[in-house]
Design a protein around this ligand. Sequence first.
Ligand SMILES: [Zn+2]
Length: 429
Amino acid sequence: MGSREERYQNHHGLVPLAALIGREMRSEKMEKPTVRYGCAAQSRKGEDYFLTKTDCQRVLGNPSSSFSVFAVFDGHNGNAAAIFSRDHLLNYVLSAIPRGLGRDEWLQALPRALVAGFVKADKEFQSKGQTSGTTVTFVIVDGWTVTVASVGDSRCILDAQGGAVCELTVDHRLEENVEERERVTASGGEVGRLSIVGGAQVGPLRCWPGGLCLSRSIGDMDVGEFIVPIPYVKQVKLSNAGGRLIIASDGIWDALSSEMAAKSCRGLPAELAARQVVKEALRARGLKDDTTCVVVDIIPPDNSVQPSPPPKKKNKFKALFFRKHSRDSALKLSKKLSAVGIVEELFEEGSAMLAERLGNDNSNGQSTSGLFMCAICQVDLAQSEGLSVHAGSIFSTSSKPWQGPFLCSDCRNKKDAMEGKRPSGVKVA
Ligand SMILES: [Zn+2]
């Protein structure tokens, strides 16, 4: 009985290598969705940029380890920060992932690497001494798993099969985000509207000094350090019915709700869908701002017709990462989504505290060279230089201050400034 392969296996107690490889390739082929995308943009200020890259590989030279990256950058006060982030952020994120990880471990390492990469991009850009800042919405699609990291208000939504629309980002806008407003105020920023002659207050809530409406961004060295580059990160696994992602700058979202954007382009292929969303936004509001839209379709392979398995109650990702920080609204969302079996929530975290986001590092932060490494900029540290991310924080009672991850003195200064522990822009010698 059984195939020739199985008979061979039964007889020898071994699986021939060729059969193993064949099996792996078949299952890859069955499991991996097809990713198609389209982009559309209408420029007014020339400060929106985007990135689409479908040929990334987890293991260089191995096409079956491929993943895709899509991102939108909406710059302000110039376009330099948006261009810098488009050109460098992906490398910074990938270089923060330890080498030699399997796929599951790689996906688990992503949220932390995204935090490190965003902070590094912010630090590197600020060191160039240029003003300007940018929102970033950065999406990594690996098979059915979608990981989104964002600062600012360029939203990413998911239109899942079955018509459920959900947001995979939160808007870091002072006007709407009470929690962020409280954080900024507690860290020494002032939040208020623009005052015009006669004392009347106009426009949305802004943070002073600087007058930015956003509470998180990359760049913006001329505003307080409490405008942090630490991204909200969410990781979900789609059901094998797939879904559509719409990533867009506020030129879209100021004109259309998430629901409206999703509905406006249903049934269209990605390229046409992106154009349709931009068209709808312009029709509703006119061209008042840069308007950029990237549509990504995650499509089941033709021959896969197996029904989607119900989401697991608790999985290993959650056990490791899903902690008390999830916000009420997000909890409601995940309950709703899990209830209908649309997506499986793997990870969610939005805290602006670096120590919480970098967590504990059991490898003790040692690089392959045996030296300690800064968790943000990935440079080797002298034994005397590295300071644990937990040292001197409220976490130091529960965590060991000599345990990794470690920060170089520059990154440690940046961390303290972001948390309002010392005046921003002042270097401690
Ligand atoms: Zn560093």
